[in-house]
Write a protein that binds this ligand. Structure first.
Ligand code: PLP
Length: 394
């Protein structure tokens, strides 16, 4: 066990599956041409692209021309917000929840600088969007509301179907960032009733640098980039064929394996949490809400998460810190801060995110190591935390 590392950072990225690599290799070998070319080679490439689009559309319950391929989740979120809002009148209101990924939050802020009126909706102590603030936004005639399907730091699942239905009644376009969902919850656009939905392949066993935006027919959307007419005029640029074929394969694997994998991983996560609860001064963030089965965000009072992250890393265990380093000091993440966590909890937050490959023996090993590491860091002499660096909010 000591030589083999334990990877509990699947919310940041997932290992690329061998069978997905094989699907990418086949696509590259068969059709490494430009799908927009009219010759036989180009038509072969277009066939591979069409087939990937059809298979993805089938998983999402969408029409093929509602799928726009992008360079990943960040671009998909930006296209959803800026693309639809710029198609609306300047001065329109646009809203998202306070616990969104920065790809949504920062896109919203940028729209504010462009003359639109951004609103950030508060959340409750578990990270669920405040329904009163949501209802007020509905009545404000907003152009777009964006609320994520499941949170990347806590795993908390929002009631997206109900929110989207309410937005529809007010003729407000509704976007959901479903980047963390596909391995655990179906990204079924009809059941969710959303107009726009973002995915990123590297969160479900596919390659990095590829994702998609589902755009319901009739939703007005302006492209972010100038260029060609690819992707139904929504996203110019030659498509990354092998990566898209890999994403289609990964989404199909995630879908067919979901029921068994979700249940198995939920049991492991629950085992991890019951062990964590036996350590003094630990709390599970978002624990009162429905959550993805693979994420556990735990706060350890009396220590700094970066120090625990480093100690775990040295012990062969890869996790993420639930706090961000801003100008040399650790701040609770914007997600935990929005949930109203006191700083003593926010500073010591760690995210464990399991994957389909996580084994029971690995969780037991983590639980054997943690109490000692936590106790060492809580000793007064451990005050000088190891060096910290900023992070993305994957
Ligand atoms: N949205 C969420 C919820 C995420 O977890 C991530 C991951 O970092 C992103 C968006 C961005 O996706 P990508 O890394 O593909 O740009």
């Amino acid at each position: 066990m000591n030589s083999k590392r334990i990877y509990l950072d699947n919310a940041a990225t997932t290992p690329l599956r061998a069978d997905v690599v094989e699907a990418m290799r086949e696509a590259a070998a068969d059709a490494d041409y430009n799908p927009s070319s009219l010759h036989a080679e180009g038509r072969r490439a277009a066939g591979v692209l069409d087939s990937a689009r059809d298979r993805i559309a089938a998983v999402l319950g969408a029409h093929r021309n509602e799928i726009t391929f992008t360079s990943g989740g960040t671009e998909s979120d930006n296209l959803a917000l800026a693309g639809t809002v710029r198609a609306a009148a300047r001065g329109s209101r646009v809203a998202c929840s306070a616990v969104e990924h920065h790809a949504v939050l920062d896109a919203l802020r940028a729209l504010g600088e462009d003359g639109y009126r951004p609103a950030v909706l508060p959340v409750d102590g578990d990270g669920l969007v405040d329904l009163e603030a949501f209802a007020q936004t509905l009545n404000s005639g907003a152009a777009l509301i964006s609320v994520m399907y499941a949170n990347n730091e806590t795993g908390v699942v929002q009631p997206v179907a109900a929110l989207a239905a309410a937005a529809r009644m007010h003729q407000i376009t509704f976007h959901t960032d479903a980047v963390q969902a596909p391995r655990w919850l179906p990204p079924d656009v009809a059941a969710l009733g959303v107009d726009l939905l973002s995915l990123s392949a590297h969160k479900f066993g596919g390659p990095k640098g590829v994702g998609l935006l589902y755009v319901r027919r009739g939703t007005l959307l302006e492209p972010l980039f100038a260029g060609g007419g690819q992707e139904f005029g929504r996203r110019p640029g030659t498509e990354n064929l092998a990566a898209i074929a890999g994403m289609a394969a990964a989404l199909e694997f995630a879908t067919s394996e979901r029921p068994g994998v979700s249940e198995r991983v939920r049991l492991l996560r629950d085992r991890l949490e019951s062990g964590l609860r036996s350590i003094p001064d630990v709390r599970i963030n978002g624990g009162g809400a429905e959550r993805l089965p693979n994420i556990c965000n735990a706060s350890f009072a009396g220590l700094e998460s970066a120090a625990l992250l480093v100690a775990l890393d040295l012990a062969g265990i890869a996790v993420s810190a639930g706090s961000a380093c801003t100008s040399g000091s650790l701040e609770p993440s914007h997600v935990l801060a929005a949930m109203g966590l006191e700083p003593r909890w926010g500073r010591g937050a760690i995210r464990f995110s399991l994957g389909p490959e996580t084994a029971q023996i690995e969780i037991e090993h983590v639980l054997e190591m943690l109490p000692g590491l936590v106790a060492d860091l809580r000793r007064p002499s451990a005050g000088a935390a190891s060096s910290t660096r900023g992070r993305g909010d994957g």
